[in-house]
Design a protein around this ligand. Sequence first.
Ligand code: SF4
Ligand code: MG
Length: 334
Amino acid sequence: ARNLTKHFKVHGGLGRGAGVVHAVEDISLALPRGTVTAVVGESGSGKSTLARMLTQLISPTSGELLLDGEPVRGDAKSRRAYTSRVHLVLQDPFSSLNSVHTVRYHLERPLKLHAGRRLGREELERRVLDLLERVSLTPADNYIDKYPHELSGGQRQRVAIARGLAVEPEVLLADEPVSMLDVSIRLGVLNLLDELREREQLAILYVTHDIASARYLADSIVVMYAGEIVESGDAVRITDAPAHPYTQLLLSAAPDPERAEPPVLRGRGAPPSLVSPPSGCRFHPRCPFAMPVCAEQAPPTLQAPDAESARHVAACWLLDPEHTPTTSAEPDVP
Ligand code: SF4
Ligand code: MG
């Protein structure tokens, strides 16, 4: 994705003002094959809007998508081809499956659509069983004729992932795929994503509010705040040595694995309105380190102190030697 931006018009009403929501601002990211990239942020950070632009469910206000370096075109044929290569798995495994249909029905449909030719009954069944095995619903015979209500949340999410695999995608986008599941089965679904990354060399985008699970699963982390990337790079470096105050706050609020609800960053306010985002650094009203420059100018994206390469960057004035409080307070040393 190159320079993706999404602005929505809102018409106000019931105490809400009309205006333009700056949902996603100028985001570029690469999803290499065989890797997991996590997009981490609170609700309202723009992460789901970003995922929807990446699947072409919504079109960007500006910016472009590229596959294998080629710009993705907007005509119907290119869009169909794109959809089979980039698949979205949604958060809610309960509403994404239709309760009146069996697992077989849910998986046959995309297989038929994707095959581009008639598939015989036996071949279709063989392919459905293969999909179930690829998501570790085994023995597959036990699952093929089940209805969604006969499955656990984790099993349903596996069926939803299998449905995505039916079109043989290269990129899987998973928007909060485990946040509605019981804590005890989350790890199993994250491990499945990791197996698919490794075995099928998928490029996976994992969208989450939970930075601890991002560290567990992802190779790279992109931290979003108020529609912008504030920090990105190697998952271990970012979580071991976060350079951006917002990432530090997220880590300090990282949920207890036993707790189901998203972290609340208590005592430090809420994410800003995206109709009139704060000036300068959008995080400045909540930032414990804010300096005068922070409210005036948007910070540049700079290499983090621990970065050996440009693999770990953050958008914060603290990384600019001219603005760090310690250096500016010290006299020049000859
Ligand atoms: Fe805080 Fe300023 Fe850095 Fe923004 S630029 S995170 S306000 S120190
Ligand atoms: Mg969301």
